[in-house]
Design a protein around this ligand. Structure first.
Ligand code: SF4
Length: 484
């Protein structure tokens, strides 16, 4: 029963987006190379042809203004180029467009420059990137690209969450639920569910060196508060956050860390499985749920933590989505989900995952594979225009954020990113005819795997890889570097 009028009010979840332009000067995406003598000859011809109409002459061939500076194409403005190739198509002997080599150095071999561009756009605008018609790239590949979602718009074409015609819930439950309700002689449930809800299946993982960067800690905590989600923070970073609330999840490495937690958290993370630490944390915060961080693939520790009563698990891969044994994060998610399904207790636990989830499309894919929600790591840094010092695979690898890092700007960038990713999740759910993201969890029937389809299509053809055709999934995930 609602206890106050506020609880009876319907609240439709909405993320306020606002443009948050880049503050760090990144190299432009494209190089615009103009052959000046050919341009001069072209201009002479055009001046003659258009009878000296300056506005017309300087407006072409680029409607984005790349050649509309004070001296036109003699000093092009590449930062305005969107790479439409209109100019080079019409005047291939005058202008050439190429990717800017410095821009290509953003990110690393996993978080490629292309994905950096996408995440930066999402964080800047809060909108869904639109690539236009005529995609000519690959339709499959290693890692996440080998998994496709089955979206049949015909299922329910009116179920359109972005445009609001029918509400699609992205709310997920975090916590522990009994498999069934049992009541004692007094009519009260023997074991009550211990869950809370967050309105989107996205939170923020603990970021490397966050404790040394007060602005970063404040940005992540405030963004989590405004999004009503979770921000994992080491206890060293808690003092940077004024008035931490339920959005902050303290990460404990030892019992001594408990003294640094001066507020009642609703969720506490243990940085590793430690039964004594779990007992101490539960004693100090009896109302809080405990979550343990484990690497994907560590079944023995997962079993031990579950047997000890933990029901919320944060499973992590490295930032390139690699498990300790070299497999890809998709294998780890399926394995963990199956681990609990086979024991008949999947609905009693919550699985959060991090590592290698760097694009909006990875969220529904991770949920289909078995996660309840994801915790973002490197996308948070890229949204804040961080530059990696080299391959960024573990928390000990280096990165640099813009300095200073304005708090309001950072919060808005993370809210924009969350809004864009949520909209893309709504697109997937709408196209599948689902109106609750919780229905997507473990729905393998909503996914197709390239290896399966290739095996079905070509398995009988001589020369196709022996055995059952393509390598079986999930072991098909490559052990070499994976590009999203
Ligand atoms: S590629 Fe397109 S945006 Fe870039 S300079 Fe040419 S016409 Fe302008």
């Amino acid at each position: 029963m609602p206890t106050s009028s506020a609880e009876t009010l319907y609240h439709r979840y909405h993320i306020e987006t606002r443009d948050a332009p880049d503050i760090a000067a990144w190299p432009p995406r494209f190089q615009v190379k103009v052959k000046k003598h050919r341009l001069a000859w072209l201009l002479l011809r055009e001046i003659f042809h258009h009878r000296g109409d300056k506005a017309l002459i300087t407006s072409r061939p680029c409607i984005y203004g790349v050649f509309s500076g004070p001296i036109g194409g003699f000093a092009p403005r590449p930062h305005l180029c969107v790479g439409c190739l209109r100019c080079t198509t019409q005047y291939p002997d005058v202008v050439q467009i190429a990717p800017h080599p410095e821009r290509q150095k953003l990110g690393d071999m996993y978080f490629t420059a292309k994905v950096v561009d996408t995440v930066a756009y999402e964080a800047r605008t809060g909108r869904v990137p639109v690539r236009g018609a005529g995609y000519r790239g690959k339709f499959g590949g290693p890692g996440w690209d080998g998994m496709w979602t089955d979206m049949s718009e015909i299922v329910r074409p009116t179920r359109d969450g972005i445009h609001g015609r029918e509400y699609i819930s992205t709310l997920v439950d975090i916590g522990a639920r009994p498999e069934y309700l049992a009541f004692g002689p007094d009519g009260e449930p023997v074991e009550a569910p211990r869950v809370f809800a967050i309105p989107l299946p996205l939170g923020f993982d603990q970021l490397p060196r966050v404790a040394e960067q007060p602005a970063l800690a404040r940005i992540v905590a405030r963004a989590a508060r405004e999004l009503d989600t979770l921000a994992l923070l080491p206890v060293d970073a808690l003092r940077q956050v004024s008035d931490p609330g339920p959005e902050v999840v303290p990460v404990l490495t030892a019992a001594a860390d408990l003294d640094a937690v001066a507020f009642p958290p609703r969720l506490v993370e243990l940085a590793r499985w430690d039964a004594a630490l779990a007992a101490a944390a539960q004693e100090r915060f009896p109302q809080a749920l405990l979550m343990v961080r484990l690497p994907f693939g560590d079944r023995a520790t997962l079993e031990a933590a579950y047997a000890a009563g933990l029901r919320v698990f944060h499973l992590s891969a490295d930032y390139h989505g690699r498990l300790p044994d070299g497999r890809f994060v998709m294998d780890g998610i399926r394995e963990a989900h199956t681990f609990f399904v086979q024991r008949g207790v999947r609905d009693a636990v919550t699985l959060l995952g991090s590592g290698g989830i760097i694009a909006a499309e990875h969220v529904p894919k991770a949920i289909i594979l078995g996660l309840d929600a994801v915790l973002l790591d490197t996308p948070v840094l890229v949204a804040l225009q961080a530059r990696f010092d080299g391959p960024f695979r573990t928390p000990t690898d280096g990165y640099r954020l813009p300095r200073p890092l304005p708090e309001d700007w950072g919060v808005q960038r993370l809210k924009n990113l969350a809004a864009s990713w949520r909209d893309q999740l709504l697109e997937v759910l709408g196209a599948m005819g689902l109106r609750d993201v919780r229905r997507l969890r473990g729905e393998m029937g909503r996914a197709m795997f390239q290896t399966d389809l290739e095996r079905e299509a070509f398995g009988d053809i001589e020369g196709f890889p022996a055995g059952d055709g393509a390598a079986p999934r999930p072991a098909a995930m490559p052990t070499a570097e994976v590009h999203p």
